[in-house]
Design a protein around this ligand. Structure first.
Ligand SMILES: Cc1cc2nc3c(=O)[nH]c(=O)nc-3n(C[C@H](O)[C@H](O)[C@H](O)COP(=O)(O)OP(=O)(O)OC[C@H]3O[C@@H](n4cnc5c(N)ncnc54)[C@H](O)[C@@H]3O)c2cc1C
Length: 528
């Protein structure tokens, strides 16, 4: 059975959920298609291994072609917002000036973003960490930065009343944030924008893996599989919000590359390196707020990196130490004595998302000399900070994680060097838009989620201006549009209840051209 909507939104991460909220609020009939499961605080996995296998694409083992970069991307209702740390930063002037230089899009400037940031922030609880929330890892980081004369600032996180452990005296004390928040405190999409969209009538189909998008004259048809069953959804407009890799892969697999030469280009990921300092004293970096401070040093920003205190569960920490056996075991026994500082690189070189000759996804992304230079500058700063506070030794990360995945369908001013125009429309395809991190023109070097949400808000305004009826699909759409709904390329038998003589005659005229029509009272059955 094929279903029809005003808007089909593919993906439920920050981009898809914000769009769903604003479009349903305006009365549009929307369906959201999400490949992941609808989990919640009662059903999120309770350990690291299950978190990777149940919440991430390919069990959290997507790598670059040379296996030097590991990419993590959410596959669950809420997308990356369920597995991320929810640090929500606005872009600075440098990031947006660089965007504008690359994209030439006139609204890529701070003044234009401000009202979108204000709007989406008004739906979120934002928390600045306070002095009493810094645990020992953060304190060592702050002391080290102070002693090296480097500036730092407190992180801002989307969280609402993250609890207080009476025994330890600590807030943010469960460290499960990256497995899905078990307190509904983290401001992920299922407890913020998505919840509102569902209350406003969003149709939600989870475990629905979209496999192909076909752009028609009057509709976009989305093909996929839901729990093993083939499904088709039709909408007047389709919005891709499947993330940088997801949206790009889907367009490549749907055959758009011949008309979009820039499809797959411009992939970036902010490579992150976790570095361990070993201390004589127990640090207990796994207790309390495991991420609360970042560097705020202008020279670091110019050099293309930032530092943050961070920590992880034992599986992720074990991966940082190459080797096996006794040496590895000795290292892991020092878990309580580890402090950790992460270098996040603003990558300067773009990779490419493509399909190989078997039609499989390939991510070509190598750190080039310019990126390695930035990473090295960050690692040097980490060594200085750890030395200043008396670390016994420092273990530098043997590989990088890509957590902020961007580009592949970049926004720009022409079809030869971009995939979407400044109004989020895919070049040459009137009924297809993209609003997720795949449209980023280059790497900003700043946490991306808030800007993804801000851009999704802007995209919703563009779409609502384009489809001014924006009303309940079946109730208010003009007769002309309803004839599209009834007649375009129907592949199965469909029964439609006609309310008026005008509708009946529209249907009859159109059907004379395309279809066989059987009429019985006010019920009409069409067959291709
Ligand atoms: C461990 C980790 C920590 C992070 N921490 C932060 C942070 O603190 N601050 C920050 O700003 N960012 C952070 N990020 C990054 C942030 O989460 C992402 O940038 C953001 O979620 C991207 O939003 P999106 O809407 O573009 O895509 P996503 O959030 O990736 O959502 C895309 C959705 O589309 C679905 N999808 C994909 N393909 C299909 C298909 N074919 N059919 C159906 N559905 C599909 C996916 O399952 C997914 O749910 C972190 C990421 C990770 C992994």
């Amino acid at each position: 059975m094929q279903e029809s909507y005003d808007f089909a939104i593919i993906g439920s991460g920050p981009s898809g959920s914000v769009l769903a909220h604003y479009l349903t609020q305006a009365g549009a009939q929307c369906v959201m298609l999400e490949a992941g499961k609808a989990l919640d605080k009662r059903t999120y996995p309770k350990n690291e291994l299950h978190a990777n296998s149940q919440l991430m694409w390919n069990g959290g083992m997507d790598t670059s072609q040379d296996a030097q970069l590991l990419f993590l991307r959410g596959k669950v209702l809420g997308g990356g917002s369920v597995i991320n740390q929810c640090l929500l930063d606005r872009f600075d002037a440098l990031a947006l000036e660089d965007w504008q230089a690359k994209s030439t899009v006139d609204w890529h400037q701070l003044a234009d973003f401000e009202r979108h940031y204000n709007e989406v922030e008004s739906h979120l609880c934002l928390h600045h960490f306070t002095d009493d929330e810094h645990q020992r890892n953060a304190q060592l980081f702050m002391q080290g930065l102070d002693q090296c004369g480097m500036k730092w600032t407190r992180l801002r996180r989307g969280q609402n009343n993250c609890g207080h452990n009476a025994k330890t005296g600590q807030r943010n004390d469960c460290m499960q944030c990256l497995n899905g928040c078990v307190r509904d405190a983290k401001q992920s999409m299922p407890v913020t924008f998505l919840r509102k969209a569902r209350q406003q009538g969003l149709a939600l189909l989870t475990e629905f893996n979209v496999t192909q998008v076909i752009h028609g004259q009057h509709f976009v048809t989305v093909f996929g599989e839901q729990q093993g069953q083939p499904r088709q959804i039709r909408a007047r407009h389709c919005i891709m919000a499947a993330g940088a890799i997801g949206s790009t892969e889907l367009l490549l697999k749907s055959g758009f590359s011949s008309s979009l030469p820039a499809l797959g280009q411009g992939f970036t990921c902010h490579p992150q390196l976790m570095n361990i300092g070993l201390f004589d004293e127990p640090v207990d970096a796994h207790l309390g707020t495991f991420q609360s401070v970042k560097s705020d040093e202008p020279q670091f920003r110019q050099q293309g990196f930032k530092l943050e205190n961070v920590f992880a569960g034992p599986i992720a920490i074990a991966m940082l130490k190459p080797g096996f056996g006794q040496e590895h075991q000795d290292f892991m026994q020092k878990y309580r004595h580890m402090a950790c500082i992460e270098v996040a690189v603003r990558d300067a070189t773009e990779g490419q998302i493509r399909l190989n000759n078997k039609g499989e996804l390939v991510i070509d992304k190598r750190l080039q000399p310019a990126d390695l230079q930035r990473a090295q500058a960050g690692l040097n700063a980490v060594e200085r900070v750890f030395d200043a506070v008396g670390a016994q030794s420092v273990l530098k990360s043997p590989f990088s994680f890509g957590l902020h995945l961007m580009g592949g369908c970049t926004m720009g001013e022409g079809v030869h060097n971009s995939v979407v125009n400044s109004d989020f429309g895919v070049w040459g395809y009137d009924r297809l838009s993209i609003a997720d991190s795949s449209i980023f023109p280059n790497a900003p070097g700043i946490n991306p989620s808030l800007t993804i949400m801000a851009m999704a808000h802007r995209a919703s305004e563009v779409l609502l201006a384009k489809y001014p009826c924006r009303s309940q699909y079946t109730r208010h759409i003009p007769a002309q549009d309803r004839s599209d709904l009834v007649l375009e390329s129907v592949t199965e038998t469909k029964t439609v209840v006609l309310k008026s003589a005008a509708e009946k005659s529209t249907l009859a005229n159109a059907s004379a051209k395309k279809m066989k029509l059987k009429s019985e009272g006010n019920k009409v059955t069409t067959e291709v």
